[in-house]
Design a protein around this ligand. Structure first.
Ligand code: C2O
Ligand code: CU
Length: 495
């Protein structure tokens, strides 16, 4: 596999050729990456600016006593509390209310089965690839699983070939709404349905309530906007006055809106409860691609309240007699920067050990032999993207900035990230923890997280076509290595 300097040499050789003789075809083939390890990505010594002299010592690659990602597992001796077999297939998906769609299923349907666990349960999912030709994996979006269970082909495992299987084990530590999806050729496999929901019930009921609950998994199958796999509205029966929790999961490639003419609250964002959420009226709630919100709503005394999810579909809450007319979508949106009440954070965000820039831009170039107008990170083109080297226990501050002209839903694996400020305005509501954050053109966000989950973690755009086009970087812990490679014989293509 080529080393980091090899990669750089190939790219510069390609540029020289193009300039000299316009030998475009030759230039493209010179930029072919071949088999490579994620560990070779990023400019050498791309260290965060930190205190405490970390910079001088960290990032020296495979240090003595290095640990493979395969060793970062849940307790192997513990018996699973939830055991599920998930079989991926390539087949025609029946879309009730719409047209059949050629895609991917889990246990015969898309979305696949909803996995339910209680907080603290050990989940063991045996994943079998029956007929997904290019191989497949499962990634647990938003769940801070041990790195070996992260499901990223070429980084934490090989793609599971047809006839193969792979076992994922993790403790469902944090209650909330999550989802799973393939992380092999994810731009194609997620879009075509290789996904499902995960619900982790809290050990202690949330003060935000919602004893009756329903899922609202949004996905577009070949242009058909669906709610839980059907191109139809849904009804959730509920006693008048009771609180219903709707778990909205946006599995699509762009932002989804949620709104209602009736009052509602956002009880949770990306699997974290909001502290003291206020009632929302005349506001749309925006859910980034990959993101989730739990909405709570009261069933009305008569009829049903209508919650519009994702624009095309609605959920009716209450008795079936109601025929609540559709409300116009409020143009004002809810700002999570100032929603709910402050609460203790549990870490010192004000004194980070590392500070990184993640600035998104765009320019023409060639990636792996493919010419295009690609996304850049800190001005660099994939695979020259920055490597964010951290050490376990670090408090990490990241400045996210979007200078690319399009919105990007940014997603870091393995960690929950706290929003500190947007465009210099500090967050002042409930702690806004995210795993998927829309960054609009011209915006900048300061976010922070605690490096408490060792591994090599992807930090990418969840408009998955953008990830293929270069919008992917990694957070790598000191001393962690991976035996897996991208583009090699195992055919790993994480994006
Ligand atoms: Cu939902 Cu890297 O993914
Ligand atoms: Cu993007």
């Amino acid at each position: 596999m080529p080393s980091r300097p090899d990669l750089v040499r190939r790219v510069s050789a390609a540029c020289a050729l193009t300039a000299a003789a316009g030998l475009a075809a030759l230039a493209w083939s010179s930029t072919l990456l071949g088999e490579y390890s994620v560990m070779t990505m990023g400019p050498a010594g791309a260290l965060g600016r930190g205190h405490a002299g970390h910079d001088a010592e960290a990032g020296s690659g495979a240090a003595a006593g290095s640990t493979s990602v395969t060793e970062l597992v849940a307790d192997p001796l513990r018996k699973p509390d939830v055991r599920i077999r998930l079989v991926a297939g390539s087949q025609t998906i029946d879309v009730p209310g719409g047209h059949p769609f050629q895609g991917y299923t889990v246990n015969g349907t898309s979305p696949g089965p909803t996995i339910r666990a209680r907080q603290g349960d050990l989940v063991e999912a045996v994943f079998v690839n029956e007929s997904v030709g290019a191989g497949a994996t499962l990634h647990w979006h938003g769940m801070d699983v041990p790195n070996a269970a992260d499901g990223v082909a070429g980084i934490t495992q090989d793609a599971v070939p047809v006839g193969g299987q792979h076992t994922y084990r993790f403790v469902a530590e944090d209650p909330g709404t999550y989802w799973y999806h393939s992380h092999q050729l994810s731009h194609e496999q997620v879009e075509r349905g290789l996904l499902g929901a995960v619900v982790v019930e809290p050990a202690v009921p949330s003060p935000n309530g919602g004893s009756t609950e329903a899922l609202a998994l949004l996905h577009v199958y070949g242009g058909q906007h669906t709610l839980n796999g059907r191109a139809l509205d849904e009804h959730v029966p509920a006693e008048p006055g009771s609180t219903v929790r709707i778990r909205v999961i946006n599995t699509d490639q762009g932002t989804a809106s949620v709104w209602s003419a009736a009052p509602f609250r956002v009880a949770a964002i990306d699997g974290r409860e909001v502290k003291a959420p206020a009632v929302i009226q005349d506001r749309s709630v925006l859910v980034p691609a990959g993101g989730r919100v739990d909405i709570t709503m009261q069933a009305p005394a008569h009829g049903a309240a209508r919650l519009n999810v994702g624009g095309a579909r609605s959920i009716f809450i209450g008795s079936m007699t109601g025929d609540e007319p559709g409300a116009r979508q409020p143009s004002a949106t809810l700002d999570f920067l100032a929603y709910g009440s402050p609460a203790p954070l549990g870490f010192e965000a004000a004194s980070p050990d590392r500070t990184f820039d993640y600035t998104i831009g765009r320019r023409p170039g060639v990636i792996d032999g493919r010419p295009g107008n690609f996304w850049t990170i800190n001005g660099r083109l994939y695979p020259d993207a920055p490597m964010f080297n951290v050490r376990q226990g670090d408090v990490v501050l990241m400045h996210l900035r979007n200078e690319s002209g399009e919105v990007h839903p940014m997603h870091l694996h393995g960690h929950h990230v706290l929003v500190l400020s947007r465009d210099g305005i500090p967050a002042k509501g409930s702690p806004w923890w995210i795993d998927s954050l829309d960054i609009h053109p011209g915006e900048s966000y300061d976010v922070a997280f605690v490096a408490d989950n060792p591994g090599i973690w992807t930090d990418h755009c969840h408009t998955l076509e953008h990830a293929v086009d270069g919008l992917v970087a990694h957070v790598m812990y000191e001393g962690i290595t991976t035996p897996f490679t991208i583009n090699g014989r195992a055919g790993n293509h994480p994006e």
